[in-house]
Write a protein that binds this ligand. Structure first.
Ligand code: UD1
Ligand code: UDP
Length: 363
């Protein structure tokens, strides 16, 4: 066996969760790897709680980029990651998703001629105002291994001129993460009881996208819609609030006493809330996927999505951010039957990814 090394680059909550099955698979196969954390997320409940609960090894490096403008975050991560890659010279780096950390990792590696594997390649919202859309396009175009979750994402990449030989449809590692943790969540967690919620008797909401929460008019409108939905359908709404949204909410002068707010939750508690919700209202990418996997109807508080597979199978609907259309979408999704097939794979995505790298003698 050739002795090679992978650097796994991550920096935010969803990257930790979606990389966790790959990290576990590397451990199982005794593959040499290190974890480079950009430090983009750093609060305990956005970062270390996931390492602890998912029993992941602590990052070997943390660059501590923290919060800042798009350029500050990306630039500082780029400088920090390059330093580590220069010293450690891994054979391949893996990045996952569409954050500023992902772009920084991909640029740093590509300029050093280190191979790049992009996990969750080929997603497009076709909405360039979203910083993540720029990150997706640029990362895909400098990657050597594009691990596309579905045929749809493979076709997007082909249309952009990326060679078929670099694209591998592997499913999404989020399915692995859900399957690996759902049983554990059922055994260990009692969050429904803690908040006095009943199975299928509440709505789970999350909103954190810059486009939604940094605009006070849009954010206020979304929050007021939650109140209206809670009143008219006589159902509680629980909202574990992301720190970006919390910061904005504190500046809005609204009476939100009808919504149950919590701090960001650990993964096992959150999975349990997702699985037992009547419906999920969200602008999160990961939640659109997880809702679809767990057969919970989803309303996405956006005009576009880079996860159209969820809409195609009938698991998700785009409501935009206007009150009336959110209400109508909720009304529709409250009464549908969850009979779709999950389009993101069977939970063996991390195995497939490592098999592909192994076949190319990268492991
Ligand atoms: C980032 C990603 C987004 C992803 C989200 C996952 C980009 C461009 N955005 O958005 O794609 O969906 O992570 O949650 O990379 N904060 C804390 N503690 C933390 C982290 C953030 O308090 O641990 C607060 C800070 O006030 C910060 C704000 O949240 O300014 C936003 O954080 P940032 O990492 O810039 O963007 P996210 O909105 O988290
Ligand atoms: N999540 C969590 N606790 C929470 C909210 C979300 O563990 O309080 C998980 C969720 O299950 C999913 C991921 O975080 O796996 C989604 O992250 P987020 O919505 O922040 O980012 P996005 O997916 O939109 O990039």
């Amino acid at each position: 066996m050739i002795h090679t090394m992978i650097s796994i680059i991550l920096g935010t909550r969803p990257e930790i969760i979606k990389m966790s099955p790959i990290i576990r698979e590397c451990q199982k196969r005794n593959i040499t790897f290190n974890i480079i954390h950009s430090g983009q997320h750093y609060s305990k409940n956005m970062d270390s709680v996931f390492f602890e609960q998912l029993e992941l090894p602590a990052p070997d490096y943390n660059i501590h980029v923290g919060s800042g403008t798009q350029a500050e975050q990306t630039g500082n991560a780029l400088i920090g990651i390059e330093r580590i890659l220069l010293e450690k010279r891994p054979d391949i780096v893996l990045v996952q998703g569409d954050t500023n950390t992902v772009l920084a990792g991909a640029i740093a590696a590509s300029k050093l001629n280190i191979k790049i594997g992009h996990v969750e390649a080929g997603l497009r919202s076709y909405f360039r105002e979203m910083p993540e859309e720029i990150n997706r396009v640029l990362t895909d175009h400098c990657s050597d291994y594009l691990f596309a979750p579905t045929e749809k994402s493979r076709n997007i990449l082909l249309k952009e001129g990326i060679s078929d030989k670099n694209i591998f449809v592997t499913g999404n590692t989020v399915v692995d993460a859900v399957y690996q943790n759902l049983e554990l969540s059922k055994k260990k967690i009692s969050i429904l009881k803690d908040y006095n919620l009943k199975k299928s008797g509440y709505i789970l909401a999350t909103v954190h996208r810059k486009e939604n929460v940094d605009n006070p008019v849009i954010f206020r409108n979304i929050l007021n819609s939650f109140l209206r939905i809670s009143n008219e359908f006589n159902i509680p709404v629980i909202y574990p609030i992301h720190p970006r949204a919390k910061k904005m909410m504190e500046m809005l002068d609204c009476n939100l006493s009808g919504i149950i707010f919590t701090e960001p939750l650990d993964y096992l508690s959150f999975l349990q809330l997702e699985q037992n919700a009547k419906i999920i209202l969200t602008d999160s990418g990961g939640l659109q996927e997880e809702a679809c996997i767990m057969k919970v109807p989803c309303v996405t508080l956006r005009d576009n999505t880079e996860r159209p597979e969820t809409v195609d199978v009938g698991a998700n609907i785009l409501s935009g951010t206007l009150s009336e259309s959110i209400f109508k979408s909720v009304e529709k999704m409250m009464s549908i039957k969850a009979e779709w097939i999950n389009p993101f794979g069977d939970g063996s995505s991390s195995k497939k990814i490592l098999d592909i790298l192994n076949k190319d003698q990268l492991l």
